[in-house]
Design a protein around this ligand. Structure first.
Ligand SMILES: Nc1ncnc2c1ncn2[C@@H]1O[C@H](COP(=O)(O)OP(=O)(O)OP(=O)(O)O)[C@@H](O)[C@H]1O
Ligand SMILES: [Mg+2]
Length: 485
């Protein structure tokens, strides 16, 4: 694709006539790899003006395409867009809504239910207890815990539990994000799937009761993933729903006499208390902790990290304890142990990085002494663990940048996808590299457990875990700043 073709596509996307002269200049020059400073001096414009024009342009593209578009990735995004247009055009008539990059349907019925590919390990007692609660009278189950601890995976696991699947064969899955937190959008999407005979009013207040009535009439398991995105803190630090209709919806759901549907909600933050008083037994909050040592050792086996000697098992135990059984952090470590130069040799890995674990162990001892022998609360540990996990993931990025630079670029650029996309959509992000190198980079991410895969009936889609994505976005913006200089 050349710059004229790209400009043509851009005009079509943002509607002809909306681009002004300066926007066109910025687009053309950015396409040629010019920095904002170079554009400003070549065309005699103020540097800040050019930079703002560029930022606006990428923002318009981001909004229209539903994906973060930046100076760094806009070429790739447009190439991908053009590709999808021609693919769809050859299949059927082109529909704009199908072209939104990185978009996945926000809900799935049982047939399309996205099953995470990772093999589930442990938490058996918890799965049994929670299954029982859902079968009893628990209408709203809240799974709460720090990022990467396994809330969404547990929600998937519960939905697949045979006793639950038999009663609630229809599973509807909603994953919220920073731009998708309005109740009416959520409600309309859900109601949009109902039989056309059902009439509803789009008045937001009435939507609440319509939705509850719908859930009464159509028993299903509704999973609301990443509910923390629905919350914001007040001046006094109390969490509340950005859209108060969600609070009304949850209250109403718990109040009504009969409710055959069930709701599982995952959140990093504890959602505001719902349903005081008589409905208390109809909701349950489960604060999720990490896996225990036996479970985490089992998970390392699943990840094909098998210690050949007792010494190796002991190192793994210490790693597990340091990260409090946090599956996402442990996964990235397993990914590194599996890869060359260690190729599964835990002792060799410990030789190089064991000191990091020793330091965490020492910090933990020191902080428990500091706390004046007060019992260390879960919240205390969790805050600590959150930082620890972020640092761990940061280190994975740094090491990847050195060992597989192209995989690192792919990881950063992949963060522009908000949802799962096909492998080809990932490869196109590094389309300038030779095909073989693209495949190797993609595989490097897979082998290091940096890609989450969602399997639907027809295909496998890939995405980044939200924590890895947020760190990747920071790295991407650093890369962009370097490129803009
Ligand atoms: N019991 C488990 N067995 C196997 N893998 C697990 C288990 N629990 C979590 N994982 C893996 O750990 C990673 C993080 O889990 P998950 O995405 O469910 O975390 P989360 O708590 O939903 O995080 P976030 O709040 O950021 O959405 C995933 O790759 C998941 O597959
Ligand atoms: Mg999650």
């Amino acid at each position: 694709m050349n710059v004229d073709e790209a400009l043509e596509i851009l005009e079509e996307i943002v509607e002809t006539g909306r681009l002004n002269k300066v926007q066109r200049i910025v687009f053309r020059q950015a396409w040629e790899g010019k920095s904002y400073l170079e554009i400003a001096s070549a065309f005699d414009y103020d540097y800040n003006y050019i930079k703002e024009t560029g930022a606006e342009l990428w923002q318009v593209l981001s909004t229209v395409l539903g994906q973060k578009v930046t100076k760094f990735n806009f070429q790739i995004v447009l190439k991908h867009y053009a590709n999808r247009v021609s693919q769809l055009a050859s299949q059927s008539t082109v529909n704009r809504s199908q072209l939104e990059l990185g978009e996945m349907p926000q809900s799935f019925n049982a047939n399309h239910f996205v099953e995470q590919e990772t093999r589930w390990v442990g938490r058996e007692a918890l799965v049994n207890t929670l299954t029982q609660k859902i079968q009893d009278d628990c209408r709203v189950l809240m799974l709460v815990g720090i990022t990467g601890i396994g809330k969404s995976s547990l929600a998937v696991r519960l939905s697949l539990e045979s006793k639950i699947a038999q009663t609630w064969s229809k599973v509807k899955w909603f994953r919220f994000n920073a731009d998708r937190y309005a109740f009416d959008e959520f409600a309309c999407q859900l109601l949009g799937q109902m039989p056309s005979t059902f009439e509803f009013d789009q008045n937001p207040q009435k939507l609440v009761s319509d939705l509850v009535t719908y859930l009464q009439a159509h028993p299903c398991l509704l999973v609301l993933d990443m509910v923390e995105e629905l919350l914001s803190a007040s001046d006094r630090g109390e969490l509340r729903y950005k859209d108060n209709l969600f609070a009304k919806f949850f209250d109403r759901l718990l109040e009504v006499e009969i409710m055959p549907s069930r709701l599982i909600l995952t959140s990093q933050d504890r959602p505001p208390v719902i349903a005081e008083g008589r409905c208390k037994e109809r909701s349950h909050l489960e604060q999720l902790k990490g896996l225990n040592i036996a479970e985490a050792l089992e998970l390392f086996k699943v990840w094909q990290v098998n210690p050949s000697r007792n010494e190796g098992v002991e190192y793994l135990r210490r790693i597990i304890q340091a990260y409090e059984g946090h599956p996402l952090a442990l996964g990235t470590i397993a990914g590194e142990i599996r890869e060359p130069p260690y190729s599964g040799d835990i002792q060799a890995y410990w030789h190089d990085y064991g000191q990091e674990i020793v330091e965490i162990e020492q910090d933990k001892i020191a902080s428990s002494l500091d706390s004046n022998a007060e019992p260390v609360t879960l919240a205390y540990y969790s805050i600590d663990l959150t930082d620890l996990v972020k640092c761990r993931i940061e280190r994975t990025f740094t090491r990847l940048q050195i060992s597989s630079p192209l995989a690192y670029i792919l990881l950063c650029m992949g963060a522009t996808y908000r949802c799962s996309v096909e492998r080809t959509a990932w490869l196109i992000l590094i389309a300038d590299a030779p095909k073989e190198a693209q495949i190797t980079a993609f595989q490097a991410l897979q082998r290091r457990f940096l890609l989450e895969s969602d399997r639907s009936v027809e295909r496998v889609l890939y995405r980044l875990h939200s924590l890895i994505r947020s760190i990747a976005l920071q790295h991407l913006s650093n890369l962009e700043s370097e490129a803009a200089r």
